[in-house]
Design a protein around this ligand. Sequence first.
Ligand SMILES: [Mg+2]
Length: 168
Amino acid sequence: MSMFIPDMYKKNIFSINYKKLKEKGIKVLIFDFDNTLIEKGNYIVNDKTIKLFKDIKKSFNIYIVSNSIHESKLRKVCEKLAVPYIKGSSKPFKRGFKKLNLKDIKDRQIAMIGDQVLTDVLGSKRMNYFSILVDPINNDEWIATRFNRVIENIILKENKIKRGRYYD
Ligand SMILES: [Mg+2]
């Protein structure tokens, strides 16, 4: 079950202590897209996120790896944030992550940040990345995601991880 347990759990991308990640030796940050950076279906990135990315880009190489196939929408946001992205990555499979071609960087120097246990956490664990779970930005989700959430809640409960009880 440890494949489903994030190394860190935070409310959102703004409550992560990036300085601490840097001190841990993390060099690369990979973000999920839907419901981690933007609200589902609303492909507008807010100023707060743009500012955060500007700041953390000074310390990390940043990528977005999304299972979304809506390339035009994904591209619009990623251009605004000025970060490279992988679309249709089919997390938890390794394919999308491998496309980043991060062979020169040790797995444990890479952190992956996302809102879903069954795709983001499991995917990053399979890659041996440092895994950070955040709460989804909103609860209006695709049917497949809602199904995943049911399983996710069972996994979290079995591992005594409580929603809203954040940890580093
Ligand atoms: Mg997501």
